[in-house]
Write a protein that binds this ligand. Sequence first.
Ligand code: DOR
Length: 447
Amino acid sequence: MNAILRGVRVIDPLGRLDAPGQDVWIDGGKILAIYHHIDAAGVPVVDLTPPDGVDPCVLCPGFIDLHVHLRQPGDDEAETLETGARAAAAGGFTHMVAMANTTPPIDTPERVAEARLAASNLPVSILQVAALTRGLDGEELVDIRKCVESGAVALGDDGRNSVSPRQLAIALAETAHLSRAVFVHPEDEEMIAQANGTQGSVTRSPIRPVETETRAVNLAVRALSHARSGHLHLQHLSSEGSVASLRRARHQGLAVSAEVTPHHLSMWLPVAEEPDPQALRKVNPPLRGELDRVALVQALREGLIEAVATDHAPHRAAEKSLAYDDAAPGMIGLETALATCITIGGMGGEWLATLVERLTVGPHRILGPASGVPEPRLRIGESATCTLFDPNAEWTVGETPLHSRSRNTPLIGARLRGTVLLTLAGGRVIHQDPARVPIVSEQVTSV
Ligand code: DOR
């Protein structure tokens, strides 16, 4: 690819750059220049200059998703590493972190190594979380050091949360030496079991009162404070109470970070009727009320919550067409994340630069430098890892087929604003909208 992208807004949070009306010259996968006007003989120009009063297209570092489920190994019909990577690229993501709740789970150093090998040579970097406990059942901690040596970027039992606070404190202390965070899915399994009158697995249990999250957040924070070291990362916060607990923990100086999903920022209900099947809106933790949504948006805007993460959770259609109480929880999110945040998640308009920060620098900070993920920067002369998006372009979800192998989102049919036009990773074009960016690209990587 050799082209000049004309008239874009360049947002590079680490470079302290937010400049509209820029021309960006990309040649051979490298950003050659960013300037207010560039002409170079023979170099094609893609003119993206917006009409007066319309927001420009944005060029920024590639997005990093801290939280995806890719179902390989175990359920290739729902998603594979390849289809997940394709969906990620289409959503503007160049790096994503895969959870360990596959079948079998990624709970040994050997499985971490296998998962990393299986994910190599894909255009999107897939980083791996190792389970915190064997089988994710909370009983026995994995060999944390060896899992990290095999390449795990963090530890966590996401999907489950049955580890005791005591074990969690031990794990936090150990991971501190290894510069890795412990990711916690904060839902209290005992309380959920009680609320649903069950003794078995609570993964699909439909009744999940907000107190189950508040209690789990508070227990995890207490474990961190007992550990006196370590980094606790709270996944997919869904409630006002959790935001309050997070704020208290931060005021105490504890090393705790948090993420929020596009679906909890939007609770998607403003754009969708009750979906059919109804279980399309079933997700753990559940979608809650407007006060919760507003608290989450506020926390993300102010930086108390540092990252947007999708919790992309593909499921086969059969798993979602069961009765609500029996259906699998989760929704796909890689391809709708940006548009959901912009259109109904309170992060469009004046909050766009903040959104970019929370999709790039925020998640990178949480992973830490030991993860090996390069700093999300736009550097002149280096291979570009970046995303170009139009925050205004409207589209209908599902009108053109999604890249994910699954379709479980209640947003099918919704009109959203915000489309990804181009994604480059390590200088390679991994996604391109040929209508809007009609450049010859020898390197659209087929995954
Ligand atoms: O809704 C969810 N689905 N939440 C999770 O934490 C796990 C995920 C899954 O794996 O399907």
